[in-house]
Design a binder for this molecule. Structure first.
Ligand code: DGJ
Length: 721
């Protein structure tokens, strides 16, 4: 049974993972979150002695303090001095005293209304823990869903206003959990534009470690997830917990170690840009959060998270569908293209075996640079040298699919749309705009704007035979102020997200044969909320293969590699100026969804031969990367000069090894492979040699590279016995 209620104990059980809670005097106390336990008898009890300056709600029991008890949510004002999970203004203050009322067992998985959540799952079970504050006339329900076959538990919360007065939510986290005193590290994925998802690991010490965004999007420089692990946890051993928020807007995530060295972790909407007015009878639901657990190190944690996301979250039509190898014209032409140039690229692409041609920015309105036309989604036939229909026909006639770039959430000041509806852009009344890439964000929370965008996208996708859409988003939110009052304004960012998800659900469900790729100047909105609607994301505008080692390592740490767009681009690289050999550029891009982003008409015949053979090779190993599971053999984040990644899928293995700087007088690297069958016999395709799984895992496989910088090797092994 996935959920068990035993008197005042609640067991929420997923595969290999337990969350055990105790109800005492109306408080919900967290007894265990970690490896699965089927019966619990308080072996890890908190010694309830008086801690100085730790207030106690009951004078009869000076040993019981909310500052010391481990809990499943935190409320301020009653002596718990850690970060609270909730703060609500009601009546004359913001004190709440929620006490447990009842528990309900519910079949299937549950998720918040209007916000992304995993697909309904018959094998899942949910628990609703209902708490009430009778004075404030508020009801709080904490929902947990357990999955029999996944090492993941999902959670969200709902607040209902049972009273007759409006209340104002000022903070409402999705998840808040307390961990017992131990030595922990915290892993986060921060970075910057062109340097997304840089993995950082630090020791936790007294104080607060926070990662947050106030950009109106999750952002390039932070990801709504944190991993907590034991200090000695490594790839193959030790405990690790991943916490991920399924939300693409402003978020906060923190880990706090307090004065008694206990640890609280919280995850939810960022209170900095948030308030929510709740009228009598209304409710508010938080975004959903995921807890994933591994008792055997970080590789197992990654694989558990990747398996959950691929099986339960990615759009069903594409979750396990091989992704087409694409050519995108952006770095080949930028805004400067003609019909002839596009057709020349198309010719080359079809000869090489590319499967999807993507027409990027510049096909609409008067868009020849980034100063105009966003919002005017009508084809510039003069620039395109004819209709879009006829161009798409040419692409299809060559046997390729057709993809189109669009940035629906934005408007240029120099556009017909802005001239007709200047009030549709997000802006505070009477204030000037703040520009970013010359563009403004449409206020999706305005129902007229939302209806307009639905109609525009529907029209585009119905009228043209579009197989793929690249949905871009190239600025962050400023000057938020369209609301009619201060509080209305503070609701804007979350309202935007609700409207965005409404739009995404509408468009992607109605056009569910179209492959949608998300982009926000690369990975500026690469998060779980987005992955519910977009099966893949352009991981970074930085297409340099060497920069990509760390970006792809972080991007595919919790998300499955099938979600990650990775392209071969020209040299010198347009972002970094680096000259990386074609083989290495290909090997790096082949660790994600392979694509090309360079002028194929400029290549030499030997480069074209190389590309054609790379493409043919990728088609063979595509299931390994897109359906298999990665094993990290050498991580780039340790300031290592090398990276090695292995993919296993059924009876096949792909090993990629990259060395950044050439080295002198160092022995070749021997990679000990992982996850093979000891008794299996594996043939290395490139060497025509066979080894047992045991030999490859325990003796290892030597990587030989010539002298030079930025070199790599890729080996494909097939089990033959
Ligand atoms: C930013 C994206 O990340 C690029 O790939 C490209 O699509 C440009 N926008 C187009 O303006």
């Amino acid at each position: 049974m996935a959920i068990k209620i035993d008197k005042n104990l609640f067991y929420i059980q997923s595969k290999g993972l337990s969350l055990i809670l105790e109800e005492r005097e109306g408080y919900l106390l967290l007894k265990h979150l970690g490896k699965r336990i089927d019966t619990y008898h308080f072996s890890n009890q908190i010694i309830e002695r008086e801690h100085t300056f730790a207030p106690n709600p009951n004078p009869e029991n000076r040993g019981f303090s909310l500052d010391i008890q481990r809990q499943i949510f935190g409320q301020h004002g009653w002596g718990d001095f850690r970060e609270p999970s909730i703060r609500i203004q009601h009546g004359t203050n913001d004190l709440t005293d929620f006490r447990f009322k009842e528990a309900q067992l519910l079949a299937g998985g549950l998720g918040p209304q209007g916000l992304p959540h995993p697909y309904p799952n018959q094998e899942a079970e949910s628990l609703a823990l209902i708490l009430e504050d009778s004075l404030a006339q508020l009801r709080l329900t904490l929902y947990f869903t357990s999955y029999e076959k996944e090492a993941t538990i999902s959670a969200f919360a709902k607040l209902e206003n049972l009273g007759s007065e409006r209340v104002v939510l000022e903070r409402f986290l999705s998840l808040c959990l307390d961990f017992p005193r131990a030595d922990y590290d915290v892993i986060s994925f921060q970075g910057a534009y062109g340097r997304e998802k840089s993995l950082g690991r630090q020791e936790l010490s007294q104080g607060i470690f926070t990662v947050s965004s106030n950009r109106g999007a999750s952002g390039h420089s932070q990801t709504p997830s944190l991993i907590l692990c034991e200090r000695e946890t490594n790839e193959v051993s030790g405990q690790a917990w991943a916490f991920q928020l399924m939300y693409s807007g402003n978020f906060q995530a923190f880990v706090q170690q307090n004065q008694v060295e206990e640890v609280r972790l919280g995850l939810g909407i960022n209170e900095q840009e948030f308030s929510w007015e709740l009228e009598p009878g209304q409710d508010f639901q938080t975004p959903l959060a995921l807890i994933t657990y591994s008792s055997q190190g970080l590789t197992q944690l990654s694989q558990a998270s990747q398996t959950f996301i691929q099986g339960q979250i990615l759009p069903r039509n594409f979750a396990f569908k091989p992704r087409p190898i694409l050519l995108n014209n952006w770095e080949a032409t930028y805004f400067n293209f003609s019909r002839k140039k596009l057709l020349d690229l198309l010719d080359e692409a079809s000869q090489l075996g590319i499967e999807l041609f993507v027409l990027d920015d510049g096909w609409f309105g008067q868009r020849n640079d980034d100063s105009s036309s966003l919002g005017d989604w009508s084809v510039n036939e003069e620039k395109l040298g004819g209709s879009l229909e006829s161009f798409i026909q040419e692409v299809h006639a060559k046997g390729l699919k057709f993809g189109l770039w669009i940035e629906p959430e934005m408007v240029s000041e120099d556009s017909q749309l802005y001239r007709a509806h200047p009030d549709w852009a997000i802006q505070a009344p009477g204030r000037k705009h703040t520009y970013s890439r010359n563009q403004l964000i449409l206020n999706l929370a305005n129902p007229e704007v939302l209806a307009h965008l639905k109609q525009v996208l529907d029209h585009l996708l119905s009228r043209y035979e579009i197989d793929y859409i690249k949905w871009d988003m190239n600025r962050n939110m400023t000057n938020v102020g369209n609301g009619s009052s201060y509080l209305e304004t503070r609701m804007q960012s979350h309202r935007y997200m609700l409207a965005l998800y409404d739009l995404l659900a509408y468009v992607t469900e109605k056009h569910d044969q179209v492959l949608f790729e998300a982009c926000s100047g690369g990975g500026g909105r690469y998060d779980l909320g987005i992955l519910r609607y977009f099966p893949q994301v352009w991981a970074s505008d930085n297409s340099d293969a060497i920069s990509r080692l760390a970006i792809q390592y972080g991007s595919a740490y919790l998300y499955p590699p099938i979600t990650m767009g990775a392209h071969v681009s020209a040299i010198p690289n347009h972002q970094m100026g680096r000259l990386t050999p074609l083989a290495t550029r290909s090997h790096v891009a082949m660790m994600g969804n392979l694509g090309y982003e360079l002028d194929l008409t400029n290549l030499s015949s030997s480069e074209k031969e190389q590309l054609a053979s790379d493409l043919a090779f990728y088609k063979k190993i595509r299931p390994l990367v897109q359906l298999g599971r990665p094993y990290r053999l050498i991580n780039p984040s340790k300031n290592s000069n090398e990276l090695a990644l292995q993919f296993n899928y059924r009876d096949q293995v792909l090993v990629t090894y990259v060395r950044i700087q050439g080295e002198i007088e160092l022995m070749e690297r021997t990679l000990r492979l992982k996850g093979l069958a000891e008794e299996g016999l594996y043939q290395v395709q490139e060497q025509d040699k066979c080894y047992s799984g045991a030999e490859l895992m325990y003796a290892g496989l030597t990587m030989f590279l010539a002298e030079g910088d930025y070199l790599s090797r890729q080996l494909h092994l097939i089990r033959i016995a």
